[in-house]
Every structure is written in structure tokens, then in C-alpha cells.
Ligand binder design. Structure first.
Ligand SMILES: [Zn+2]
Length: 534
């Protein structure tokens, strides 16, 4: 037998968490054809992995590349840190299902991630067809967003659904699952997800569960109400009998630091008889649309309605006051220190100079109050401004990341510098999350072993999503492979200079095709939209 590729002299870390072993890997077409001593086996191509780790391609379980992949399929920030599968559609907001009545508002809600390109689809299936036809470097495992489903059924209104609307949400969820979604995500801090009750999520999640999908949730509050919010996610999982993935778990805001000990205890307890995991990215800052700081009542009706309220001189003072003090039914956010909120993307040309600055610093330069500056920016940018917010304790990240229920996710998206996705001053996680876990948490801080870290990036997310023959390196499995140097792999992207690729990843193989070859990206992009195992 002649192999297409033999990777030799490396240490195989197979994705199961088992100790690494010296084994060669033989690849034929898109599969792992043999593991063992293949020194004498004929091969069209031999890769010398001396001193390197051979592992399954990394699976990014929390990713927002839905539109980024259509816009620029090279996905360089991801592929260059070893990611071969991106789980898209997180946090409740997906570009499908959609219809003309809500298209503009849904686009505005996804702003910062949608690059102003047209959306020539309505149903989730039509969106996947467009994604299938687009050349892309990595595979995609898509989730459907509860927010998009709800917006389709009843718009962005602030109320509970009628029976008919609920039925239409169940139908849209079933359609998306049948079209190829791996589950449903929710974003319970974003309109319209924030207007729903727990029962609605249980109800729709039952449909998702029947189709073998997972429920991934950006929970109702990651700041003051973080404990109740984790309880709600666990309740939905229990009552709908659906595997749950708590998204980018954290306790936001100084006053909430340490609460992850309580939430983790709840998660670990539930995990004894439920499929419960959470994902985490290795940074103490998050990132979101700047309008997250605007109270929920002002979001009712969608992005256009919110912008109109911000422009309304009668409503503006109340919004301003609520941003500072919160509202009776809204304490989801933390006490805002404008020094901790950096402007990641500023859309309007004349405000572009603020990109990379904190709101505090930009306000000082302009001689304006930071609250007014932030609200003005949201209006002037048409709700396209994004922020990086420094809200987490390092001790919390260090506590959550090594636990057995954690999975590594970036919460970022594919960025290729020089193209339309390369604009702005994004969070560095899109470039560095996976390399950073190995560099910092394995090599420097020794909080987990390399085998454990790789398991959290490969075998564990693959099992959660029931990916067909991916996430482990075994004979017969698909040949998604990363070869990296454990002594030199590192993230280079920083909050100051985010557009920098990770280092130390020598080869990335996608379905048997060498997509990254010692720093050179192949012009053949072979990533696929993966099909759920049913
Ligand atoms: Zn989120």
C-alpha cells in the first residue's frame, strides 16, 4: 500500500486524553489509513514531525464565523492555530432562518460579524446550501440560533409568544435540524432572546433533542445573576432532556468574581446524570456589540427601534440613567468602568480614530462624557460598534479551564488580514485561543497536561456534537490533523496588536489535504459543512 502522506517521527496525542505515544500516521485520501511504524512504507509525501505533536485538528466549539466564512474562506486566523472545524451559530444569533420582514434588523443585530454582504436565503437549509458552495479552509458544524427562530416567528417584540407563534418556532427549529443543524444556541442577553421565558426554551429544545441536537446557551446573565442563569440552563437541559453546552462560561464584573465556584459546583453535580459541559476561552476580556450596555427595554422592536430611541431627546436621558444605574428588572451587566471597555470596531469613518482606545480615553480626547460618547457611537455607527471588555478574574479562568467538564472554544471568528474580515481591532482570541491554551496553561502554568488540553480541543467537543469519525486519530477516521511543536507553539495576537498569527503550527491537514504547509496556506480550500450523525 502506498500512502498519500506519512507523518513520521512525531508523538501522537490522539485526542482521547490518553498519554502520547511515538507512532507514525499514514493517510490515504481523506482518511487515517494506518498508525504504527511506517518508516518503510511507501508514501507520496513524507512529513518529518521530529520533536512535534501529531494531534487531531482542533474543533472550535464556540465560534461566530457564519458570515465570515462566506466572506473570506481562507479562515487564516483559525487554520494557522490548528483549527480544522468551526462550530458556528452561537449565542442565539444566526443569519438564518430569516425573512424580508426582519432581515434588516437581524443583520443589524449581527453587525460586526456580517460584513455588509447580501443574504440570499430565507430558510436555514438555503443558508447551508450557500455555505456548502463557498470555498472554505475549515469544516463547519452549524448551530441554529433561537434568536433568529424567534425573530422569524414574532419579530423583535418584548413579550411571550402566542400558541401559534410557539408552534411556528417549533416548526422552524425542526426544519433547521432536518436541514443539518447540530443543535440550537440561545443568546439570552440579546434581543430577541432576552424576551423569552424558560418554558419557551424547554419547549423548543425538546424538538432539538428529538433530532439528536444539543442546546448551547449564552445564559441570561453572566454578571450579577450568573448563578440563577446557570440553574436555568441546567433546568432546560433536564426538562427537555437535551445535552447542554454553557457558552463561554465566566462571572463578569469585579463584584461577581469567584461565583464560578458556585456555578461549577452546580454543573459538576448535574453532570453526574446529564450531558453538561461548558466552553471557555483563555482570556480575561470578552467582546460584544457596544449596544449590550443599553438596557433591554430600549432594544424592544429591534435594532432600528433602539437607534430611534437613542436619537429621541425625550428618551435619551432615561437610557443614559439606566446605563449608569441599571433598571429594576435588569442587573445583567456589571458596574461599568469605562477604562475596561475598549472599542474594537468603529464603523463610521470620522470616528475610526477611536478604534483600540478605551471609551474613557476616547471620551477624554473628545472632551465628552463616556456614557454620551458610547451612546452617540452606537447611533453614528448604526449599531455596528463592537467592544472588548475586561470583565473577568484570571483566578476564575484558571479555576474553570482545567475542570473535566470544560471544552476550549474561541468565541471568535475567522479573520484573514488584507481581506474584508481583517478590519478593526478585534479580540485576539480569533488568532490565538488554542495556541494560547497550550503555551500558557500547559507549558508555562502547568494547569493541565498537553493530552488533557488536546482532548478539550478535539475528542471532547467531537463527542459532545457526535461528530462522525472526527476528533480522534484512529484508523478509518477522517484525516483532520495538526502537527505542532509543543516547545514553541504560542499565540502572538495581543489586545494591542491583534492581527498576528499563532506560531509553532507546522502542518494542518483537512480531510487528507495539506492546507497549511510550514506557514504556506494552500489555495485549495477543502472544508465541508459537516452532517450530523443521526
Ligand atoms: Zn455569547
Amino acid at each position: 500500500m502506498t500512502f498519500d502522506i506519512v507523518i513520521e517521527n512525531g508523538l501522537l496525542v490522539d485526542g482521547t486524553g490518553a498519554a502520547g505515544q511515538s507512532t507514525d500516521v499514514g493517510i490515504s485520501r481523506d482518511r487515517i489509513a494506518a498508525l504504527g511504524d511506517l518508516k518503510a512504507a511507501p508514501a507520496a509525501q513524507r512529513l518529518d514531525a521530529s520533536g512535534c505533536i501529531i494531534s487531531p485538528g482542533f474543533i472550535d466549539i464556540h465560534n461566530h464565523s457564519d458570515i465570515a466564512l462566506l466572506t473570506d474562506g481562507r479562515a487564516e486566523s483559525m487554520i494557522r492555530q490548528g483549527v480544522t472545524t468551526q462550530v458556528t451559530g452561537n449565542c442565539g444569533l444566526t443569519p438564518a432562518p430569516v425573512h424580508d420582514g426582519i432581515r434588516t434588523d437581524l443583520m443589524r443585530t449581527l453587525s460586526g460579524l456580517e460584513y455588509g454582504r447580501p443574504w440570499p436565503w430565507d430558510s436555514f437549509g438555503q443558508f447551508l446550501d450557500v455555505l456548502r458552495a463557498a470555498p472554505k479552509a475549515t469544516h463547519v458544524a452549524p448551530l441554529v440560533g433561537h434568536g433568529a427562530i424567534r425573530a422569524c416567528a414574532m419579530g423583535f417584540v418584548d413579550r411571550l409568544p402566542t400558541q401559534d407563534e410557539l408552534e411556528s418556532m417549533r416548526r422552524l427549529a425542526a426544519e433547521a435540524m432536518e436541514a443539518g443543524a447540530f443543535g440550537m444556541s440561545s443568546g439570552l442577553v440579546y434581543p430577541p432572546g432576552l424576551y423569552c421565558a424558560t418554558e419557551e426554551l424547554v419547549d423548543i429544545s425538546r424538538v432539538v433533542a428529538r433530532h439528536g441536537g444539543i442546546y448551547a446557551s449564552h445564559i441570561r446573565g453572566e454578571a450579577n445573576p450568573v448563578v440563577e442563569s446557570v440553574r436555568e440552563a441546567l433546568r432546560i437541559a433536564r426538562e427537555a432532556d437535551v445535552p447542554v453546552e454553557i457558552s463561554h462560561h465566566k462571572a463578569a464584573g469585579r463584584e461577581n468574581w469567584g461565583k464560578v465556584r458556585t456555578t461549577y459546583a452546580l454543573i459538576a453535580e448535574a453532570a453526574r446524570n446529564q450531558d453538561v459541559t461548558y466552553d471557555i476561552y483563555p482570556y480575561t476580556a470578552g467582546s460584544a456589540n457596544l449596544s449590550q450596555l443599553v438596557p433591554p427595554w430600549a432594544h424592544a422592536g429591534g435594532a432600528e427601534a433602539m437607534l430611534a430611541r437613542l436619537r429621541d431627546p425625550d428618551l435619551r436621558p432615561k437610557i443614559r440613567n439606566d446605563v449608569i444605574h441599571g433598571t429594576l428588572d435588569w442587573n445583567n451587566f456589571f458596574v461599568i468602568d469605562w477604562r475596561d471597555i475598549r472599542l474594537a470596531y468603529v464603523h463610521s469613518e470620522r470616528n475610526r480614530w477611536m478604534q483600540g482606545l478605551s471609551v474613557h480615553a476616547a471620551a477624554e480626547k473628545r472632551g465628552r462624557d463616556p456614557v454620551d460618547l458610547a451612546l452617540d457611537l452606537i447611533v453614528e455607527d448604526g449599531n455596528r460598534t463592537t467592544m472588548v471588555n475586561f470583565v473577568m478574574a484570571e483566578a476564575d479562568v484558571n479555576f474553570l479551564l482545567p475542570q473535566p467538564e470544560s471544552i476550549i472554544g474561541s468565541d471568535g471568528w475567522s479573520i484573514s488580514p488584507g481581506g474584508p474580515t481583517g478590519e478593526g481591532h478585534p479580540h485576539p482570541r480569533s488568532y490565538g485561543a488554542f495556541a494560547r491554551v497550550i503555551r500558557k496553561y500547559v507549558r508555562e502554568d502547568r494547569l493541565l497536561s498537553l493530552e488533557q488540553a488536546v482532548h478539550k480541543m478535539t475528542g471532547k467537543p467531537a463527542k459532545k456534537l457526535r461528530l462522525d469519525r472526527r476528533g480522534e486519530l484512529r484508523e478509518g477516521y477522517f484525516a483532520d490533523v495538526v502537527v505542532f511543536d509543543p516547545a514553541t507553539i504560542r499565540d502572538r495576537a495581543t489586545f494591542e496588536e491583534p492581527h498576528q498569527f499563532a506560531e509553532g503550527v507546522h502542518w494542518v491537514i483537512v480531510d487528507g489535504h495539506v492546507t497549511l504547509n510550514r506557514g504556506v496556506l494552500s489555495d485549495q480550500l477543502v472544508g465541508r459543512v459537516l452532517a450530523p450523525a443521526r
